[in-house]
Design a protein around this ligand. Structure first.
Ligand code: CUA
Length: 324
């Protein structure tokens, strides 16, 4: 163990350098701030108790005759072993419940609602667009900064859990049930989230991003979402998309493709990541995902399409990239 200590220390240090995009200790919203505060209080309390127990242990073994007698007495055991934990844990429970106040969403008019459905192994995202149109997205939630958002959580199959540590959470997505989580981002930024309940196979690769935008930018994005995507200049790719039957599982607004099994691709070209935040959304990764997606995300439910020549794959990818 002693020999591996430097490696463990170096590893811990390296991990601590990970970006704060997904950290409960880098709060960017009220909810997350409360969780961070509670975490630090628990950490400080636990450190103090460790210190006290350490000192008591030392005095009980190596201390004077008198301290050993005091620490070994019935009274010390009743006080330290029963009364202290009961009082401390009760106070902590009460404090925790008090901190949770206001985190359960109540229907407030004017609150933006975003519906997120957990599926194996991605996130279906739906907004009510301006003129009543539904806007479907996947694995990426855009929200306006400084506004309360009600995230309506459901599951299509098994239990998932929605958790974006910097903004708050986590809350389970349970089949047959609707849970609502209230979130608010205090500053613009990109916050990473992760499915926090083991949901089979590639659970670890079920991530997402929340992109918090200034109000005006968000509204513009939402308004643009109702428009029919472009892609007209990529007839060949579009024809391949249709002939290969992609539309049986995916929707592209304004085309024949209206499948609802997989993610809506109407604006796939505008997404930052593919496969539930597994790989960056580049033409190379898109091509890889279509032809050999199991290598990127083992266990994912999309079959590999090896029927395309390199040339055809390129045309198909160009079409998808153009959908914005
Ligand atoms: Cu979804 Cu774990």
């Amino acid at each position: 163990i002693r020999r591996s200590l430097p490696y463990i220390a170096a590893g811990t240090f390296a991990l601590s350098g990970c970006s704060e995009m997904q950290s409960a200790l880098a709060p960017a919203g009220d909810e997350a701030r409360r969780v961070a505060l509670l975490t630090w209080i628990l950490f400080a309390g636990a450190a103090m108790i460790l210190l006290i127990v350490g000192i008591a242990l030392y005095l009980g073994i190596r201390g004077s005759e008198r301290s050993r007698r005091v620490l070994g007495s019935d009274k010390a055991i009743k006080l330290g072993g029963i009364a202290f934990p009961v009082v401390t844990l009760t106070v902590l429970l009460g404090y925790g419940v008090w901190l949770m106040r206001g985190t359960i969403a109540t229907d407030q008019p004017g609150t933006l609602r975003i519906e997120v459905t957990g599926e194996q192994w991605w996130w279906r995202v739906a907004y009510a667009g301006r003129n009543g149109t539904a806007i479907a997205e996947a694995n990426e939630l855009r929200i306006p900064v400084g506004r309360e958002i009600d995230v309506v959580l459901r599951s299509a199959d098994v239990i998932h859990s929605f958790w974006v540590p910097s903004l708050g959470g986590k809350l389970d997505m349970i089949p047959g049930r609707t849970n609502t989580l209230r979130l608010k981002a205090e500053r613009p930024g990109i916050y990473r989230g992760q499915c926090a309940e083991y949901c089979g196979g590639p659970h670890a690769l079920m991530a997402m991003e929340i992109v918090a935008l200034p109000d005006g930018e968000f509204e513009a994005w939402l308004a643009a979402g109702a428009a029919t995507p472009t892609g007209d200049r990529h007839e060949r790719g579009r024809a391949l998309f249709e002939s290969a039957g992609c539309g049986a599982c995916h929707t592209v607004r304004g085309t024949q493709a209206s499948g609802v099994v997989g993610p809506d691709l109407s604006r796939v070209g505008a997404r930052r990541f593919l496969a539930a935040a597994t790989v960056p959304n580049t033409p190379e990764n898109l091509a890889r995902f279509i032809a050999s997606g199991q290598a990127i995300k083992p266990g994912n439910l999309m079959p590999e399409f090896k029927i395309f020549s390199d040339d055809e794959l390129g045309a198909l990818v160009m079409y998808l990239v153009s959908l914005k």
